[in-house]
Design a protein around this ligand. Sequence first.
Ligand code: ATP
Ligand code: MG
Length: 322
Amino acid sequence: MIDVKNLTKKYGSVTAVDGISFHVDKGSVVGFLGPNGAGKTTTLKILTCFHPATSGQASIAGHDVISDSLNVRRNIGYMPEAAGLYPEMKVQEFLMFRAALREIPRRQRKVEVQRVAKLCGLSEPENMMRRNLSVLSRGYRQRVALADALLHAPPVLILDEPTSGLDPTQIRSMRKLILQLGGQHTIILSSHILAEVEQTCDNLIVIAGGKIAAAGTPSELRKSIIGPSRIVAEIKADRNALLKGLATITKAKDVQIKSVGAWQHITLHDKDSTDHRADVAKLAHDNGWSLRELRDEAGSLEDFFVHITYEQNIEEAQRSVE
Ligand SMILES: Nc1ncnc2c1ncn2[C@@H]1O[C@H](COP(=O)(O)OP(=O)(O)OP(=O)(O)O)[C@@H](O)[C@H]1O
Ligand SMILES: [Mg+2]
């Protein structure tokens, strides 16, 4: 659905995007992950025909972003990083105006506006559609921007940092909405927060310094980059019985147990990165052992991310010294 080959974008002497290639299948939700200045927005702007690449190709639904930009625009809904709304307009007015710009037939406009308003949670409270854009909270502005991107029911959604600046509750509702939209759209969304994209995306593309640093499903990335998973648990049980039990659920040789009073603190490394938390919980349940902690420490894709950011910062610092 989205095809990018050898894309490069230079701003004068700055290479913002440096020869990246990737492919997004129809129906897939892809997270474009990278630190500040990695080249995420630049790539998304090329995909949405906002500016041309210096070299390389990009196409959406088979349409080239340069030679066939009209059809690309018809196929995409774009929610930019800083949503440029018209503050002097009311929500309803703005969406009707945008529907007209999108060449939605006059008779259909109201229905389409109602559809996206409902989808993006703008139909509540009752007076929301009559509020002025300038008085909306950040979260509602983001919702309006997303509603705008959805008006012409595009098969592809391109969302640049859709949750940035939102509070935790709003982040949750935006995430839920994205998951829901994922059923009907191919989505590419950018973020510099790993936990964010891990929960919403089935594929991740990690970009740093304008280059792709890693790509794959969250669990593939975890396996290839972070290595084996590590489960930490605390169970009230006899040490030997517990060891025996653990041996039945994992081939991992590496089980560490530390006794803390009556509790056994377990660290379990699994060589094949399987998440055995459910098995550990079942083991405790079946034996009538109390379980007071159970977590997967392999969540540290975060570490990898910090590592990339760190290396990029060093490179940038070196460049500025030279
Ligand atoms: N219009 C521009 N003119 C010059 N340089 C630019 C321009 N836009 C972006 N850049 C540079 O290109 C690089 C990539 O920027 P980009 O905005 O794509 O990063 P990003 O990954 O979206 O970062 P962020 O997480 O901060 O949004 C940066 O070094 C940035 O300073
Ligand atoms: Mg950006």
